[in-house]
Write a protein that binds this ligand. Structure first.
Ligand code: 39S
Ligand code: MET
Ligand code: ZN
Length: 770
C-alpha cells in the first residue's frame, strides 16, 4: 500500500509579503495590472516549486488568490451583484477589487483598471470570518432569481500555468454547496440551496475544462460539512456530487472537509460518489475509527494529521503508532488538517526567537517536511528517517519539561474561584446614572473605536526604532507628536469621547503579547487576515502574567493634553487568545483566564491613573465560538467569565466599553448581554443595521454604538447615509442608549478619507440631536 503527501493550500502572500506590496502599489496607482499579475504568477511558481522540493507529491493550484478565494468563486460563477455593473463575460480586475474594497472615483483607485462605464460610487461587499479563523472572506450575495455564468477561468489558467512549469497540480475549488451556504440573500430571505441546479452547470464547465487540460484529480472543498446543517443540505450534497461525477465522469474528486468533525454529516459525506475524502484528524481524531469502518473500500482517504491551524511540532512517533497499521491496509494520503493559509510560511526566518521555543515549532514549510518524514516512515519504515524522528521526540520532550512554561503564582491566581472576581460592584441600572453624571455627554455621543491611520511614516519610525536607527527618545517624541495632533483634530471636529490613536501599537494583539510573559513573538511570521492585511499572531507558550503596566503612560500623556474624556484602550483576554497561536498542552479556557487576570490589573491601573472610560476590545469573541452549536455554551461560559474578570475590578462610575466587529450576534446575544459592559460598539454598516434586530429583540440592557461607517473600504459615507443608518438604529434601540461611531478602528485608512468620513459622522450625530 502506498502513502502520498498532499497539501490542500499554501500561503499566498510570499515569504517577504510580496503580494501585499504588489497589491498596495497597484491600488495606489503606482504600478500596472501587468506588474501585479506578474508578481502573482511568480509567487505561485515559487510556492509550487517549494512544496515540490519539500516532498509534497500532491500540490494544489487555484489556492492562490489576489484577495480572497470565496470572492474568486463568486467571480468564477458570475455571482456579481448588479451594483457592480458587470455585464460582460468575464469579471475584470476592476470589478473584482470593487467588490472587495468598494469603489469611489475620488478614492485612491481612480484610473487603475476599473471597467469602462463602471459605477462611480459603490460600497464593498460584506466581509465576514472564515469559520473560526482570523481570515475573512467576502460574502457571496444572491438574489432569488440569481443566474450564474462562467465568468472567470482562473482555476483552469492556474492549472495550465503550473503544468507549463512542469508541475502537475490538483486544482482546488470551493464546493458548490458550501459556496451557497456561505453566501447571503439579497432581499427577502429564500433558500440559497434552491440555486444549486442553476449553479452546477458552471461547476461542470470548469471541471470539464480542467479535465480537458489534463487534470486527473480536483480537490473540492466542502468545509460546511463540519457544521450543523439545514435539513435539506444532505439532499443538496447528493444532487451536487451525483451530478458532477456523472457529467464529468473521468475526473476524480477529492472532497475536502476541515476545521472539525463530520459528526452527524458523516453519513452524507460517505454516501457521496466522490473518489476521495479528506478529514481533519487534528481537531477531530476520534472520527477516524468510524470513517474507516464505514467508508467504501475504494474511497481514497486523505488524513489531515498535521495541524494547519497552529504552529506546534507534530508528535511524529505518536502519529506513526496510529498510522502504521492503517497504511498496511489501504492507500493513504497524508496532509495538513486544512489549508496552510492559516500558518506562517517559514520558521527558519525567525532568527531572534528563543532557541528553546523555536525548537518546539513548525510553520508551513516545516509542516510539509513533517508530512514528508511521516510518508517515508510509512513507505520505507521508520529506520529511513530515524534521526529526524529522534530529533522530533527530543524536542517534544524538552517542551513538556521546560521551566519556561510553568509559573506557580500565575497558576494559583487563576485557580481562585471566587465569583466576586467576575462581578461588577452594582448592576448596570445602578452604574448608569453615576457614569452619566460624571461624563455629561449629549444624546448620540460620538467616539471612535481606537486606532487612527497607521501611516507609512508611523510604520517607518517603528521599523527604524526596531533597527536601532531611531533612538527611543526620538521615536517616543514622534509618537507623542502624532498622538497630540490626532487629539487636537478630534477636538476640532467636536468628537465627544476621544482616543489617543494607538500609534505606539503595531497590532492590537501583538502589542500586548510583546509585553506579557509567557508569549513569544515573531518578526516575519505573517498570516493573511484579509486582502492585503496580515497579522503576526503571538505565540503563547507558557503561563501568562503582566510584569508591568502596559498602556498607562500613553493614556496619561493623552489625557494630559485634553479636557475631554480620553478612553483607555485595551484588548480583551478572549481576543488575545483567539488571535494568538495558543499552547496546546492545557485547555484554552485556562490560558484565557490567565490573560484575563493580566488585563484586569491593567484596567485597575488605568482607573487608578484617573481613567473614567476603559474600552476592552473583544473583536474575536464571536469567531472563537465553536463551529457546532452543542459546544457553544461551554465556550461562552468561560469566554464571558474571562471578560468579566478583566472588567470587574473597577468602581461603578467607571464606564467599561467593549467593541466587536463582524459579529453575527443573533445567536449569542444573551452572552453578549452577560458580559455586562456599559457600552458596546459593533460592526453594522455593511449589513445596514440588520444586526440591531437581535439587540432589540433581546432588550439589550446597556448602551450601543452601532457602526455607521464601514472602515474596511476607502469610500467616504455621506452625512445622509449615516443619518439614514442612525434613524434605522433609533427605531430598534432607544435613542438615549445610542452612541455614534465607525464600525471599527481606523488604522487601515488614510487620513484624507478618515477626516472626511468623521466630519460627516459628527454632522450626522448633530443632525439627529433634538
Ligand atoms: N491581530 C489582529 N487581527 C484582526 C484585526 C487586528 O487589528 N489585529 N482586525 C480585524 C481585521 N484584520 C486586520 C488585520 C491586520 C490589519 C493590519 O493593518 N495589518 C498591518 C500590519 C500591522 C502590523 O503589525 N504592523 C507593524 C509592522 C508594519 C510593517 O509592515 N513594517 C515594515 C517596515 C515599514 C517601513 O520600514 O517603512 C516591515 O516590517 O517590513 C507595525 O506597525 O510596526 C498590515 O497588514 O499592513 C488590519 C486589520 C480582524 N482581525
Ligand atoms: C479589530 S477591532 C479594533 C479595535 C482597536 N481598538 C482599533 O481601533 O483598532
Ligand atoms: Zn473592530
Amino acid at each position: 500500500m502506498t502513502v502520498r503527501v498532499a497539501t490542500l493550500g499554501f500561503p499566498r502572500i510570499g515569504t517577504r509579503r510580496e503580494l501585499k506590496t504588489a497589491l498596495e502599489q497597484y491600488w495606489a496607482g503606482n504600478s500596472s495590472a501587468d506588474d501585479l499579475l506578474s508578481t502573482a504568477a511568480s509567487l505561485r511558481a515559487s510556492a509550487w516549486q517549494r512544496q515540490k522540493d519539500l516532498g509534497a507529491e500532491i500540490i494544489p493550484s487555484n489556492d492562490f488568490s489576489l484577495y480572497d478565494h470565496v470572492l474568486d468563486t463568486s467571480a468564477m460563477v458570475g455571482a456579481v451583484p448588479a451594483i457592480y455593473g458587470n455585464v460582460q463575460d468575464k469579471v475584470d480586475l476592476g470589478t473584482y477589487f470593487a467588490m472587495a474594497r468598494g469603489f469611489q472615483t475620488t478614492s485612491e483607485e481612480c484610473g487603475c483598471g476599473h471597467a469602462h462605464g463602471a459605477p462611480q460610487d459603490v460600497p464593498a461587499a460584506e466581509m465576514t470570518k472564515w469559520f473560526d479563523t482570523n481570515y475573512h472572506y467576502l460574502v457571496p450575495q444572491f438574489t432569488a432569481d440569481q443566474t450564474f455564468r462562467l465568468a472567470s477561468t482562473k482555476a483552469v489558467e492556474e492549472y495550465h500555468e503550473a503544468k507549463a512549469l512542469g508541475i502537475e497540480t490538483r486544482p482546488v475549488l470551493l464546493g458548490p454547496v458550501s459556496f451557497l451556504l456561505l453566501g447571503k440573500c439579497d432581499g427577502p430571505a429564500f433558500d440559497r440551496l434552491d440555486l444549486l441546479p442553476a449553479l452546477l452547470p458552471v461547476y461542470e464547465r470548469v471541471l470539464n475544462a480542467l479535465r480537458a487540460e489534463g487534470a486527473d484529480w480536483v480537490q473540492i472543498d466542502e468545509p460546511c460539512l463540519v457544521l450543523d446543517l439545514p435539513g435539506n443540505a444532505g439532499a443538496a450534497f447528493k444532487t451536487a456530487y451525483n451530478t458532477l461525477t456523472t457529467t464529468v465522469p473521468d475526473l476524480k474528486l477529492m472532497l475536502a472537509t476541515y476545521f472539525g468533525a463530520l459528526g452527524d454529516n458523516q453519513g452524507i459525506a460517505l454516501s457521496l460518489p466522490v473518489h476521495g475524502l479528506h478529514v481533519d484528524l487534528v481537531r477531530a481524531p476520534e472520527q477516524l475509527a468510524s470513517i474507516l469502518e464505514k467508508a467504501r473500500p475504494d474511497l481514497l482517504l486523505s488524513l489531515g494529521v498535521v495541524d494547519g491551524r497552529n504552529i506546534w511540532k507534530a508528535d511524529l512517533n505518536a502519529l506513526l503508532d496510529h498510522l502504521e497499521p492503517l497504511a498496511r491496509q489501504r492507500d493513504l494520503i497524508l496532509a495538513p488538517s486544512c489549508s496552510l493559509l492559516h500558518t506562517p510560511i517559514d520558521l527558519e526566518r525567525e532568527t531572534d526567537l528563543d532557541a528553546d521555543v523555536k525548537s518546539w515549532l513548525a510553520f508551513a514549510v516545516q509542516k510539509i517536511e513533517e508530512l514528508h518524514t511521516l510518508g517515508r516512515a510509512l513507505n520505507e519504515g521508520r529506520g529511513a528517517v530515524q534521526a529526524t524522528l529522534a530529533e522530533n521526540a527530543a524536542a517534544l520532550r524538552a517542551r513538556r519539561s521546560s521551566a519556561k512554561i510553568n509559573d506557580p503564582t500565575v497558576q494559583a491566581r487563576s485557580a481562585d474561584r471566587n465569583p466576586a472576581l467576575a462581578q461588577r460592584r452594582s448592576p448596570f441600572p445602578a452604574r448608569r446614572p453615576l457614569q452619566q453624571s460624571k461624563l455629561r455627554l449629549p444624546l448620540y455621543p460620538t467616539t471612535t473605536i481606537g486606532s487612527f491611520p497607521q501611516t507609512p511614516e508611523v510604520r517607518k519610525a517603528r521599523a527604524d526604532h526596531a533597527r536601532g536607527e531611531l533612538s527611543s527618545e526620538a521615536y517616543e517624541a514622534f509618537l507623542r507628536e502624532e498622538t497630540a495632533r490626532t487629539i487636537r483634530w478630534q477636538e476640532e471636529i467636536d468628537l465627544e469621547v476621544l482616543v489617543h490613536g494607538e500609534f505606539e501599537r503595531n497590532d492590537m494583539v501583538q502589542y500586548f503579547g510583546e509585553q506579557l510573559s509567557g508569549f513569544a513573538f515573531t518578526k516575519h511570521a505573517w498570516v493573511q487576515s484579509y486582502g492585503s492585511r496580515y497579522v503576526r499572531p503571538p505565540i503563547i507558550f507558557g503561563d501568562v502574567s503582566r510584569p508591568k503596566a502596559m498602556t498607562v503612560e500613553w493614556w496619561e500623556y493623552a489625557q494630559s493634553i485634553t479636557s475631554r474624556p480620553m478612553k483607555g484602550m485595551l484588548t480583551g483576554p478572549v481576543t488575545i487568545l483567539n488571535w494568538s497561536f495558543v499552547r496546546d498542552d492545557q485547555p484554552r479556557s485556562e490560558t484565557c483566564r490567565q490573560i484575563a487576570f493580566a488585563i484586569r490589573d491593567e484596567v485597575c491601573d488605568l482607573e487608578k491613573a484617573g481613567c473614567g472610560i476603559i474600552q476592552i476590545d473583544e473583536a474575536a469573541l464571536r469567531e472563537g465560538l465553536p463551529l457546532r452549536r452543542a459546544d457553544w455554551q461551554s465556550y461562552l461560559d468561560w469566554a464571558v467569565e474571562s471578560f468579566r474578570i478583566s472588567a470587574s475590578g473597577v468602581q461603578d462610575a467607571t464606564q467599561i466599553h467593549t467593541h466587536m466587529c463582524y459579529s453575527e450576534f443573533n445567536d449569542i446575544i444573551a452572552a453578549i448581554g452577560a458580559m455586562d459592559a456599559d457600552v458596546i460598539s459593533i460592526e453594522t454598516a455593511r449589513s445596514r443595521m440588520e444586526l440591531l434586530d437581535a439587540f432589540a429583540a433581546y432588550r439589550y440592557p446597556a448602551e450601543i454604538g452601532p457602526g455607521v461607517y464601514d472602515i474596511h473600504s476607502p469610500r467616504v459615507p455621506s452625512v445622509e447615509e449615516m443619518v439614514e443608518l442612525l434613524r434605522a438604529a433609533s427605531k430598534a434601540i432607544s435613542p438615549d442608549a445610542l452612541w455614534v461611531n465607525p464600525d471599527c478602528g481606523l488604522k487601515t485608512r488614510k487620513w484624507p478619507e478618515t477626516k472626511a468620513a468623521l466630519i460627516n459622522m459628527v454632522a450626522a450625530a448633530h443632525y439627529m440631536r433634538p
